[in-house]
Design a protein around this ligand. Structure first.
Ligand code: FES
Length: 160
């Protein structure tokens, strides 16, 4: 066998033996960053996890913010992704109130002060009544409000 023919056979053999390794490495089923609860689309990317489906808005537009037990334990519920704060209505303990948790002055996140029954802003001292109306500035515009309700043990808010 000539030297050139021998080297050609070695090259083809080396390429053929490395193909299975490259194929396995590129397989979407070999991806370690996709959890077992995620669904994979036809192009190999994750669509959504089961947890995402459970925490998104329901068909009626309401989103689960937390449980009644959590609300009563903490005094308020906050969803930072949705910018929502939920409290029990101090005037009617059987209902809940949901407001936009971003202060209308410059956008800091307000906190619920259950003792004073006011939303307070830590940045410049604005305070808001439970319904979101301004108790004292510098904010001049009320907090936005959302439809909210208790359903069994769930606190639900319609954010839209
Ligand atoms: Fe709330 Fe200024 S951002 S008072």
């Amino acid at each position: 066998m000539k030297r050139r023919t021998f080297l050609t056979w070695i090259g083809v053999g080396g390429l053929a033996s490395s193909l299975p390794v490259a194929w396995v490495a590129c397989s979407p089923n070999n991806s370690s960053d996709i959890s077992s609860s995620e669904t994979i689309d036809s192009e190999g990317g994750p669509i959504v996890s089961a947890r995402d489906v459970d925490t998104g808005p329901r068909e009626d537009g309401f989103t689960l913010i937390g449980t009644v037990a959590e609300l009563d334990d903490q005094g308020s519920l906050t969803n930072k992704t949705l910018d929502v704060a939920v409290i029990r209505d101090p005037a009617d303990n059987g209902t809940v109130i949901a407001v936009n948790s971003r202060c209308t002055h410059q956008g800091c996140r307000v906190n619920w002060d259950g003792g004073a029954k006011l939303f307070t802003c830590p940045c410049h001292g604005s305070r808001f009544n439970p319904d979101g109306s301004v108790a004292n500035g510098p904010a001049a515009v009320p907090l936005g409000s959302f439809e909210a309700k208790i359903e069994e043990d769930s606190v639900l808010v319609k954010v839209s």
